[in-house]
Write a protein that binds this ligand. Structure first.
Ligand SMILES: Nc1ncnc2c1ncn2[C@@H]1O[C@H](COP(=O)(O)OP(=O)(O)OP(=O)(O)O)[C@@H](O)[C@H]1O
Ligand SMILES: [Mg+2]
Length: 342
């Protein structure tokens, strides 16, 4: 016998039209759809029944989405909640991520993208067969083991990472040289849903401007002298996966504009190419520069900064968390003595 257990999805939205539109888009899939037109109604439903996924509108007339999310997470901490938000309230969506929402989508939503996200969330949850064990928040499964530090300040960083890593949110990592930005980018990737997909890194400071663009976006054959064959750029290589843009503060305004376009529209052209190429990448960016100062000096685009800083992680330097020095010193000592004796 082939027993198919349908996955249950709860749509919470006070806008009847939007609920119907969502239901229509999900129709024909193997889902069992329920609807709630208010936070109060949703809370009752979640108390009675386990849902595999909740789609939650943030702006609702009575109890708003954030309040609703808090209640849902209290009743059933492991339910994945996907937030639906208008671009204007992305800040609130980020607050939602911190409260345990799995991800957010900006309205108007691309229905194909929504279906992909839903499948991804449902499949990753399927692995965790026993819901009762799992009824804890994601960050209990988070693996920080490569980052050394016990200080309150580094634990605050862990807290943000635990919330943000298992989502597709763009992450901006700020901190002085050597504070571990790259290390943290690796940890985010390893704790994300995209960990089985590619992780592509590019150091934006290490290349001359035109080379950087061709590295990022690729080029067509004959696009410039020396471009003898077609080449895929990092955005294309990272499709479906994660792209780490390191030293993001060291790019020309022109390249910044191109990156902004990929972030906004999910598409770009190869150098010398006419065809727009779609890409689905999760971006992690890092810099040791003070981007707010760079913006004031006209060297960094404000709109790009806002796009990148959906979740911002400041890594404090060691002189602000001196408690961590002995453990890190010990780690390096062991690492290098091993090298010498090996
Ligand atoms: N908290 C930490 N625990 C363990 N290793 C650390 C920690 N912080 C930094 N390191 C190690 O220090 C080295 C420098 O870290 P990393 O390259 O990630 O820093 P960065 O912030 O990217 O620096 P830069 O701005 O110079 O690129 C790496 O070997 C990294 O593994
Ligand atoms: Mg680095």
């Amino acid at each position: 016998m082939n027993l198919v257990i349908k996955k249950s999805i709860l749509i919470i939205d006070d806008d009847t039209g939007h609920r119907l539109m969502l239901r229509a888009s999900l129709d024909g899939k193997e889902y069992e759809i329920s609807e709630a037109e208010s936070g109060e109604e949703a809370i009752e439903m979640v108390t009675d029944k386990f849902f595999d996924l909740v789609l939650l509108d943030l702006k609702m007339k009575e109890m708003d989405g954030i309040e609703t999310l808090k209640f849902i997470k209290k009743i059933s901490p492991s339910i994945p909640v996907l937030i639906m938000t208008a671009y204007a309230s992305v800040d609130t969506a980020v607050q939602g991520l911190k409260l345990g929402a799995i991800d957010y989508m900006v309205k108007p939503m691309d229905m194909n993208q929504l279906l992909v996200s839903i499948e991804k969330i449902l499949n990753s949850n399927q692995l965790k067969v026993d819901n009762t064990v799992l009824k804890e928040q994601f960050h209990y499964n988070f693996d920080f083991s490569t980052i050394i530090g016990e200080s309150k300040k580094i634990k605050d960083v862990f807290e943000i990472l635990a919330m943000a890593a298992p989502s597709d949110a763009t992450i901006l990592i700020l901190g002085d040289s050597g504070t571990g930005k790259e290390l943290i980018a690796n940890v985010v990737y390893r704790n994300s849903f995209r960990k089985e997909k590619s992780f592509i890194k590019i150091n934006c400071a290490s290349l001359a401007e035109n080379l950087l663009e061709s590295e990022l976006f690729g080029h067509e054959e004959g696009a410039f002298t020396g471009a003898v064959t077609k080449r895929l750029g990092r955005f294309e290589q990272a499709d479906g996966g994660t792209l780490f843009l390191d030293e993001i503060g060291d790019m020309s305004l022109e390249t910044q504009a191109k990156i902004l376009r990929v972030l906004q529209e999910g598409e770009f052209e190869r150098l010398g190419g006419e065809q727009s190429i779609k890409t689905d990448v999760r971006i992690i960016a890092a810099t040791n520069k003070n981007l707010e100062e760079e913006i004031q000096q006209g060297k960094f685009r404000k709109d790009l900064f806002f796009r990148l800083s959906v979740v911002t992680v400041h890594i404090p330097p060691l002189n602000e968390r001196k408690e961590d020095i002995p453990a890190i010193a010990d780690y390096f000592l062991k690492k290098y003595t091993k090298k010498i004796t090996a």
